[in-house]
Design a protein around this ligand. Structure first.
Ligand code: FAD
Length: 686
């Protein structure tokens, strides 16, 4: 009898879609021992999600590959609204900006999910030995509840089964268009039955593919999509409902006389349904079309009968909605169909050991362009937290904030999608007396309001150990206890300090100049996603005695043996392994040099010398204008301290005169590494 191999891993990720790949990227960047498996033999190559919100682009940029998406994607700058006129003929009724001007340095773009997955895979390979193990899926999961609170334990035991290449390759309906064979997305769509159990059954009887292994893991992430096997194993459910709206998706190179085909358009016809037009890269256009003629399945599943849906019938629906304009194509890149269902998980984890992320915990219609974004942002929220717990930097208690922060976002998303779907899918009102019809003014207002939500910038996390603001765990809405580990460490921000910074939201980005070499940087560029906390001191004009005095006092507190820097940085680790202390002043740049500032802002390394990358100035640059970060963020001349989480969300804002508040904030959840009286900077200094 062959022996089943067993091994330990800190983090096991199931599913290599956007949510799983984001988690693997954090693990790679933070140096965590992790594995990621996917039942499919390949990543996706075309179709599926394509919208990237500006917050997602900021995140991809912080991971080092935002520029690839930004360059390759099609940029969407204007939305055109088309509605029936008094004769029932569609006409353009409005134009609005696609992304609210000024909310981010990025705007909404579209690029298909396969490319995004490619960027993740390259980034993971660059930073680590982690590789997606394809054709591998879990067949059993056990959790030893007696050790879930033990940091050193591996409470999760998973059996993995390896599939053959044939099993791991999804069967495609072969569609042909103009002689080419075209991939469809039906096998992933919610109109298709989940094939997880079929694959497991097939692999058991297939002699070549019966190899199994057992993995013991500290943490596990089920990022295995809407049919999530992990979710079923841990007994969690999705709650919500499925509507009757059935949508078809065509990715085509259109041949048309419709004038706004390269704009994002929301088109409501008088009686034939609605279309969303999404202009894509490489002359492609995606049409999201409401299908009014689809038959329901006779199997009581509530799913539409997908055998009745094909590209031709989707095109014919599009032609009816767009009439009198004409549309056809010669090149079809991809197509699919899906039924709108809006559901959210009752819980996002069990014991803060097995977590769910992405479509595994929330499903909704794709046309608001949210699914891939929110899925990636789930694991962007969770990844750094797990990494800092696995590394022994932070207490496990911070993991509770995953559910308290992300479940609320999922609920908001479902509410948004519900409203948006109703307005989008409904028939336009013929006049003010037509109560069953949708008012196009209401649709426009919802669209404009939804723009802020859809950008991802509006995310505002509630009070917790890692978000120091007024509020209690009761306000989390789901009873999750996210209070500080020890009430004596409770720190509350003074929001009045910086009118342009909201505690719980991501810090806005504006340009600053490096004090050392005058190079302009966007603030976000100096906050890359590498697992580090940032303490940013806005010191004001440090040529003024008052400000200089405060700065030196603050630096004494930060350098003291009992400071957060000394207590929570592991002995022997680089000075900024856990925290980066940054300074942004607004004294005239040429009146000072980096060496005029306290050493805590220019730490010394015996091999590298002074660190020149942590002091910045708010001043006009030679070639790229003036960021005016003090003005934009409402920083007072008295200065301020801002603590920024590893995911760029603001934890704390307070006075420069209370530097000890930073120690108290971190005492709430960080683990003491050593009680050393050594300073963080050593070596022989010049
Ligand atoms: P998925 O992308 O579903 O990835 C899950 C992964 O887990 C897959 O690779 C799968 O093979 C693997 N897996 C599943 N079960 C197992 C198992 N048992 N063992 C091992 N591996 C497993 N979103 C947008 O933001 N914008 C859009 O425009 C948009 N359009 C869409 C259009 C269509 C037609 C569809 C179907 C979806 C669209 N979405 C869109 C939604 C978007 O694709 C999803 O929200 C997103 O892919 C979710 O990411 P995920 O990583 O959570 O799940």
């Amino acid at each position: 009898m062959s022996v089943i191999p067993e091994s330990n891993v800190d983090v096991l990720i199931v599913g290599a879609g956007p949510a799983g790949l984001m988690m693997a990227t954090w693990m790679a960047k933070c140096g965590i021992n992790a594995r990621i498996v996917d039942k499919r033999g390949t990543k996706i190559f075309n179709g599926q999600a394509d919208g990237l919100q500006c917050r997602t682009l900021e995140i991809l940029d912080s991971l080092g590959f935002g520029h690839r998406a930004w360059r390759e994607a099609n940029h969407m700058l204007e939305i055109c609204l088309w509605n029936p006129d008094e004769n029932g003929i569609i006409k353009r009724s409005d134009r609005i900006p696609d992304t609210i001007p000024g909310i981010s340095r990025f705007q909404q773009v579209v690029l298909h999910q396969g490319r995004i997955e490619r960027f993740f895979l390259d980034s993971i390979a660059e930073a680590s030995e982690i590789r997606v193990e394809r054709g591998v899926m879990p067949s059993s999961l056990k959790i030893d509840e007696s050790v879930v609170e033990d940091d050193a334990a591996y409470p999760i035991t998973v059996t993995l089964r390896h599939l053959t290449e044939e099993e791991a390759t999804p069967k495609q309906n072969s569609t042909s268009a103009n002689g080419q064979s075209v991939q469809d997305g039906l096998f992933r769509s919610n109109l298709a039955k989940d094939d997880t159990q079929d694959l497991l059954d097939a692999s058991k009887i297939n002699a070549k593919a019966h190899s199994e292994e057992v993995i013991h893991a500290k943490y596990m992430i089920g990022a295995d999509g809407a049919h999530s096997w992990t979710r079923n194993q841990i007994g969690l459910k999705l709650e919500g409902d499925s509507t009757d709206y059935i949508w078809g998706v065509l990715d085509i190179v259109p041949i048309t006389d419709f004038p706004d085909i390269r704009m994002r358009c929301a088109i409501h016809s008088a009686d034939c349904g609605s279309i969303m037009v999404i202009p894509r890269e490489n002359k492609l256009v995606r049409l999201y079309i409401q299908l009014t003629t689809t038959q329901k399945n006779g199997d009581n599943s509530g799913r539409a009968d997908r055998s009745k849906i094909n590209p031709q019938m989707i095109l014919e629906s599009a032609q009816r909605i767009l009439a009198p304009y004409k549309i056809t194509y010669r090149k079809l890149d991809w197509w699919t169909a899906y039924q709108i269902g809006q559901r959210v998980g009752t819980s996002f984890s069990v014991h803060e050991r097995v977590f769910l992320a992405g479509d595994a915990v929330h499903t909704h219609s794709p046309k608001a362009g949210q699914g891939m974004n929110v899925s990636m942002q789930d694991s962007f929220n969770l990844g750094w937290k797990i990494a800092s717990v696995v590394k022994g930097h932070a207490h496990r208690s911070i993991l509770k904030t995953y559910q308290s922060e992300r479940r609320r976002i999922a609920q908001d998303l479902i509410a948004f999608d519900h409203k948006f779907s109703r307005l989008f899918s409904g028939r336009p009102a013929k006049d003010v007396m037509d109560a069953e019809g949708i008012s196009m003014e209401e649709f426009k207002a919802a669209f404009e309001k939804g723009n802020m939500f859809a950008s991802g910038i509006a995310v505002n996390y509630g009070a917790s150990a890692i978000v120091a603001k007024e509020g209690s765990s009761a306000e989390q809405g789901d009873g999750t206890d996210v209070s500080v580990a020890n009430a004596k460490h409770r720190v509350i921000s003074d929001q009045s300090f910086c009118s342009g910074i909201t505690v719980g939201m991501r810090i806005p980005s504006h340009k600053v100049l490096s004090q050392a070499d005058a190079r302009p940087w966007h603030l976000h560029e100096v906050l890359p996603s590498n697992g580090r906390w940032r303490v940013i001191v806005f010191a004001g004009n440090t040529n003024e005695d008052r400000q200089r005095e405060k700065l030196w006092k603050l630096s004494e507190v930060f350098s003291a043996p009992d400071s957060f820097l000394n207590l929570y940085t592991p002995k022997g680790a680089r000075y900024d392994e856990v925290f980066e202390v940054l300074l942004i002043h607004n004294a005239p740049r040429q009146s000072v040099t980096v060496l005029d500032f306290p050493e805590v802002f220019r730490p010394y390394d015996e091999f590298d010398g002074w660190d020149y990358n942590k002091i910045f100035v708010d001043e006009v640059s030679y070639h790229e204008g003036f960021g005016n970060i003090y003005g934009a963020l409402g920083i007072p001349q008295d200065g301020a301290i801002v603590i920024v989480r590893p995911d760029q969300y603001v934890s704390y804002v307070g006075s420069m005169e209370k530097p000890a508040a930073v120690n108290s904030f971190f005492a709430g959840f960080m683990k003491e590494q050593h009680a050393s009286d050594e300073a963080q900077t050593n070596g022989t200094k010049p």
